[in-house]
Design a protein around this ligand. Structure first.
Ligand SMILES: CC(C)(COP(=O)(O)OP(=O)(O)OC[C@H]1O[C@@H](n2cnc3c(N)ncnc32)[C@H](O)[C@@H]1OP(=O)(O)O)[C@@H](O)C(=O)NCCC(=O)NCCS
Length: 169
């Protein structure tokens, strides 16, 4: 996990309650950075996410981070992989997951990738609904991939090819 976070080829988005920041690079989760501190290490602010509704719950207020998502996209690869995507329980169903996923896909397109792959537990119908709604299609089942012998559904979204690149010799 730590090496993934440190990879220069991994694009992470972190949605924060205050400031609603997006960063490229390691997310500002405790202990994830090389410094071991809570600050974003090597992070680059690339945009903002919409203001998030306040939550009165204790668990949500314990952290400024309300969601994150990661894309693995090595410079030599044609495909990207959604590493993870999550939203705190208190804020689910408000569109943040979709926003994070769309930002990952937009980044994959910006990098010129042909498609984006992901794995999701076969019993995670909520995440599968999100992915299907965003154009991901099931392409395979990986049996007993997760702990507890839970199958993984492999999904893929093909990205639009830049017509200016197609026309190039
Ligand atoms: C999957 C997850 C990231 C979705 O985030 P979210 O902010 O709740 O999702 P959104 O509000 O953007 O909803 C987007 C779509 O997800 C699906 N969805 C969201 N909540 C749902 C629910 N309770 N039941 C069924 N589908 C649901 C719908 O397709 C929805 O589109 P719609 O609103 O047009 O119907 C979030 O549920 C989560 O963090 N789950 C736990 C971690 C996880 O399972 N991550 C995926 C690992 S592969």
């Amino acid at each position: 996990m730590r090496s993934e976070l440190a990879s220069p080829h991994t694009f992470y988005l972190v949605a924060e309650r205050d400031g609603a920041r997006e960063v490229a690079g390691p997310p500002a989760v405790a202990g994830a950075g090389r410094s071991g501190g809570a600050g974003p290490v090597g992070a680059e602010v690339v945009g903002t996410v919409p203001p998030l509704p306040p939550s009165g719950s204790a668990s949500a207020s314990a952290s400024h981070i309300v969601g994150y998502a990661g894309l693995s996209a090595p410079s030599s690869a044609e495909q990207g992989d959604v590493q993870n995507i999550a939203v705190v329980a208190e804020l689910r169903g408000a569109g943040l997951g979709r926003h994070l996923l769309r930002r990952l896909v937009a980044e994959a397109e910006r990098r010129g990738l042909s498609d984006v792959l992901l794995e999701v537990r076969i019993d995670n119908s909520v995440a599968q609904s999100l992915y299907a709604a965003e154009g991901f299609e099931q392409i395979a089942i990986r049996p007993r991939y997760y702990r507890g012998a839970i199958d993984a559904v492999i999904m893929r979204k093909q990205l639009a090819v830049d017509p200016t690149e197609e026309a190039s010799p």
